[in-house]
Design a protein around this ligand. Structure first.
Ligand code: NAP
Length: 350
């Protein structure tokens, strides 16, 4: 069966036997703030949602320390703790939460066909995509080789390994500032290499970073190689104005250069922008496939906050609930046409 773009097929998926597969009303993919909030609302709507936790249960917030900008926590909260709260609240209302990663989908007709961990077939009358986004790397050969051996995209996870050592952070956004400040708790010196001479980070984060004596900025500077056999021993840098190159000994390289949406398995099914973010109909979570809804960082490249992700997860559950009540599966005989139709239904009125 061809995907809607006609470029690939579902051969691997067709090899699985779906005749006895577990069949659910709603399956939610991903457990960041969007997924858990969708699960909370869907379970309170008696949809008994099944949620798959994915390769990084809890999502990006599990790699953060203090979250100070989520409403309702006047003293702030640790990211992993907050995600546990999200999970507990959703499970309390009957969410069926399971470890596992959805590795393939077939959205050509209802019930939709999903594959978990490349082996378990699952059928779903509606799907909520909340697969989030993952940290980006520079793509250098030695960077990839030394991931976990001094190259990291998570200062919170790995910063403590570099006590009293010099480290280098790449990036000029809020993440780079946040990670750099966090790293000063351990490192003797934190260099921030930014490819321009102006930061993208918010004013308050910039000021905090500039005020920190342990942080030194390297402007117009890019990392062109990572040095070291078994462990990171340094980086090779280039000043992109002067083209001068030099080596800087550091014990670790932290990447904070943004994220890529985790939407690969939906390619060919769901409309996406050039960067891979799922496109949703304005003011809704509707994708181009009726019955498939998208929320969180997989579809939002603008706000990308926990609170906005939670908000769109709520929207997805409400959209799914209303859509399911208007499209019970018994009425879906011959649904292939509808499911592969690229026309989007009007979202339910609020
Ligand atoms: P971001 O805002 O997209 O910034 C990415 C940074 O990496 C930019 O400075 C960019 O440079 C640089 N970059 C991208 N690709 C690069 C490459 N190949 N080589 C070198 N540098 C590269 O991403 P973010 O910092 O992860 O933030 C994402 C969103 O989360 C933002 O909306 C941010 O406000 C939010 N956030 C908020 C907080 C907070 O408030 N506490 C903390 C973290 C994140 P250019 O500037 O030249 O493009």
């Amino acid at each position: 069966m061809a995907h809607s773009n006609g470029t690939s097929d579902t051969q691997a998926l067709d090899a699985l036997d779906f005749s006895d597969a577990e069949h659910r009303e709603v399956v939610i993919i991903g457990t960041g703030p969007a997924g858990w909030t969708a699960a909370l609302y869907a379970s309170r709507a008696n949809l008994e949602p099944l949620i798959y936790k994915g390769p990084e249960p809890g999502g990006q917030l599990t790699t953060t320390t203090d979250v100070e900008n989520y409403p309702g926590y006047p003293e702030g909260v640790m990211g992993p703790d907050m995600m546990q709260h999200f999970e507990q609240q959703a499970v309390r209302f009957g969410t069926d939460a399971r470890y596992g990663t959805v590795t393939d989908v077939d959205f050509s007709e209802r019930p939709f066909r999903l594959v978990v961990d490349e082996e378990t077939p699952i059928l779903a009358n509606a799907v909520i995509v909340s697969t989030g986004a993952s940290a980006r790397y520079l793509g250098l050969e030695n960077e990839q080789r030394l991931i976990g051996r001094g190259v990291s995209a998570c200062a919170t996870c790995d910063g403590a390994f570099f006590r009293d050592e010099e480290v280098l952070v790449v990036g000029g956004g809020d993440s780079a500032m946040e990670e750099s400040m966090f790293l000063t708790r351990f490192a003797s010196k934190v260099y921030v290499a930014h490819r321009r001479e102006e930061l993208r980070a918010s004013q308050i984060m910039q000021e905090r970073a500039f005020d920190n004596d342990k942080i030194e900025f390297l402007w117009n500077t890019e990392v062109i190689d990572v040095l070291g056999d078994e462990q990171v021993e340094g980086v090779k840098l280039i000043n992109n104005e002067t083209q001068a190159t030099w080596e800087k000994p550091v014990a670790a390289l932290f990447l904070a250069i943004g994220h890529t949406p985790n939407t690969e398995i939906f390619e060919g099914w769901l409309d996406m922008d050039d960067a891979g973010y799922i496109q949703t109909k304005p003011d809704s979570s509707y994708t181009n496939i009726p019955g498939v809804f998208a929320s969180g960082d997989a579809q939002d490249h603008v706000y990308r906050q926990a609170v906005t992700a939670a908000g769109t997860g709520c929207m997805a559950a409400i959209d799914a609930e209303r859509w399911l009540s208007e499209h019970p599966l018994e009425d879906e005989a011959g649904s292939t046409k509808e499911a592969s139709d690229t026309e989007k239904p009007a979202p339910a009125a609020a």
